[in-house]
Design a protein around this ligand. Structure first.
Ligand code: NDP
Length: 292
């Protein structure tokens, strides 16, 4: 079997177009454009790149972005003061604190200060808590896991009743992905670095979400025939044929897995483009909540 490719780039583009159309409709009705405030603390190159792409996406979709950059040695008080100011700013509908914060800062407390109606990353304890509770709805769902579920739904994969295995239990990807799958009535197993006999667990999966950050660790013979495989991992693999000297690969060995799986996301071009598309969707939603 050769798996059907789930084209994250095309699906993300559709999400962006529908967000842009809704933003234009709101503008025509005289409403202010949705505003996203980004907060970057320090000078990590990867974080700065992610923030720049989020700002670019805002501009492309007719939204406004407000960038806030604090030095790497910013104090807890300075970061908290900034979040409070953004909470009070009516032009700001969504607040995104780029993670990870420098290690001297209390990330959990910073995230807890974000007004729940502006928590477009979905990481405030209230939004995550609601996601974990039956019958409660978070206002926002974390963007990467939201993107994973959206890809499954768009591909027509049946989540209800499926055996789903999530590799990884991080706050950002693995755990919220597992909670989302449970909320959609999958039976979920969450694996991590202490899981015994990972291949045997993965072989039970009708749906596999891999988010461990280990290059091509999931082999083809771990995959249940016909399974849907969502590969969140982004790893640099040395490749002398590339100008950069490397290429991006996922946590799943794509060439092997595509021969067994029913559906698979490529890396790049799978989950990656969905993260920013879902952030844009969340930012529009924040504007709709605050100014219906
Ligand atoms: P973390 O490092 O925070 O978490 C990794 C998780 O994988 C942990 O739960 C860890 O277990 C588990 N793990 C690590 N090694 C193994 C192993 N050998 N066997 C089983 N489990 C293991 O990573 P993130 O969740 O932040 O990211 C995961 C991947 O997704 C990365 O490649 C990252 O680059 C990518 N990513 C992609 C995004 C996108 O937009 N496409 C967005 C965010 C991340 P334990 O808890 O026991 O330590």
């Amino acid at each position: 079997m050769t798996a059907q490719l789930i084209d994250g780039k095309a699906i993300a583009q559709q999400v962006r177009e529908s967000v842009a159309a809704e933003v234009a409709k709101r503008a025509a009705a005289g409403k202010q454009p949705p505003g996203l405030a980004t907060v970057l603390v320090g000078d990590r190159v990867d974080s700065a790149t992610y923030v720049a792409s989020k700002q670019r996406a805002c501009q492309e979709l007719g939204m406004v972005s407000f960038h806030n950059h604090l030095p790497a040695d910013a104090t807890q008080e300075q970061v908290e003061e900034l979040v409070r100011r953004l909470n009070a700013d009516p032009q700001v509908n969504g607040i995104l604190v780029q993670l990870p914060l420098p290690s001297h800062l209390d990330e959990e407390h910073v995230l807890s200060l974000i007004n729940i109606e502006k928590d477009v990353d979905g990481f405030s304890p209230i939004n995550i808590g609601r996601l974990a509770q039956k019958g409660r709805e978070p206002l926002f769902v974390p963007c990467t896991p939201y993107g994973c579920i959206y890809l499954l739904e768009q591909a027509g994969v049946k989540i209800e009743g499926a055996n789903a295995v999530v590799l990884g239990r991080s706050n950002i990807v693995g755990m919220p992905a597992a909670l989302l799958l449970i909320s959609r009535n999958a039976t979920v197993t969450v694996c991590h670095s202490r899981t015994r006999d990972l291949p045997a667990v993965v072989r039970q999966a009708d749906i596999l979400i891999a988010a461990i950050g280990k290059m091509e660790m999931v082999r083809g013979d771990w995959i249940k025939p016909g399974a849907a495989v969502i590969d969140v991992g982004i790893n640099s693999k040395p490749d002398a044929t590339k100008k950069s000297g490397y290429r991006l690969v996922g946590d799943v060995n794509f060439e092997e897995a595509r021969e067994v799986a029913g559906f698979i996301t490529p890396v790049p071009g799978g989950v990656g483009p969905m993260t920013i598309a879902m952030l844009m969707k969340n930012t529009l939603r924040a504007a709709q909540i605050q100014d219906p």
